[in-house]
Design a protein around this ligand. Sequence first.
Ligand SMILES: [Mn+2]
Length: 377
Amino acid sequence: MDGIKILHTGDLHLGMSFARSKLPAEIGRIRRQELWETFDRIIDTAKAEEVDLMLIAGDMFEYNYCTASDIKRINDRFARIPGTRVLIAPGNHDPALPDSLYNTCRWQPNVHIFRTSDICALELEGLGTTVWGLGWDRDYIVDPLLEGFKAADGGINILLVHGEVVPEGNTSDYLPIYLRHLAECGADYAALGHVHKGGVVEHGGRGTARYCTSPEPISFNEDGDHGICIGTVGKGFCDVKFLPIAKRRFITRRINPDPAGDAAEVLGQMKGHIMKEGEENLYRFLLEGAMDPGADLDTTYLAQAAQAFHVEVKNNTYIGYDLDAIMEEGQNSIMGAFAARILDQLDREGDLRRRAVLERALYIGLDALNGRKVVGR
Ligand SMILES: [Mn+2]
């Protein structure tokens, strides 16, 4: 046996409600459907690539929102890939509690669910492979359950688990995994779920461990590419690659407007990013730096005019004051009188902490007198 073909995914969060996300309701509804579309693309990929094993590393669905008919929909998809063994290790969002749909629904014959937090071996005859898995059966797991685990020698060994890699000795409510566990467990491939940003976990030992990413990102905390891991695993070797599959990306970009610029100039910069990255994505633009007093950046207008699937704009710019010009106005304006008094105190103040307070007071006061949002500098 040269190796087996695997598809590693997880963190699909099917059925997720975006009600508590900060996205507009309409966008949330669309994203909810798109999670399902992306699941379909994953099934299509498994079929086209004729994978032997589909490894689902937890959080496949939402315990709180998924219904029995959703599970029927999932099973219909698994029925399309009868030649693929589907192995599922439930995670913290879909724990195999007694009333879980994992325990109350009928699953396709090609599906195996690791229903308990005791690590179990599933030997796959004909594939020369043993998959070691454990599933969440409660809401929190604080114990490092992989402590002492060692795969038996012989054949290809795969570990499937949903947990959080943390530095040795650190605590976690989400099944703490130490690098040592992965380095010493003897798995040729450790299929991990929980960290939505994904990535290979460098543990310095034998075998490869990686997080698969959430195939469809669900918040602005999940930037970058999202997809699945697919490839071949054999005894002592691993050729598994990341394959982007997400329909959209969450993109956060900082924009430093020209201090003398206006909304059109800022919009031009925003559109430049959107042209480059694609209007199908979700954007958060953070406007930063100093602006001339009087600059009118209407964030609602900017978000709509940018014309991408979803755009939000946060205006963190501050007024860049020309103190000399304000001083020249002198006592003829409230701003001038205010600035003169603070600057006079600053001249006489030697204590660094007091000086910092006075400088802050100067800008907070000028912001307030300008009727602008008071921002830190
Ligand atoms: Mn998750």
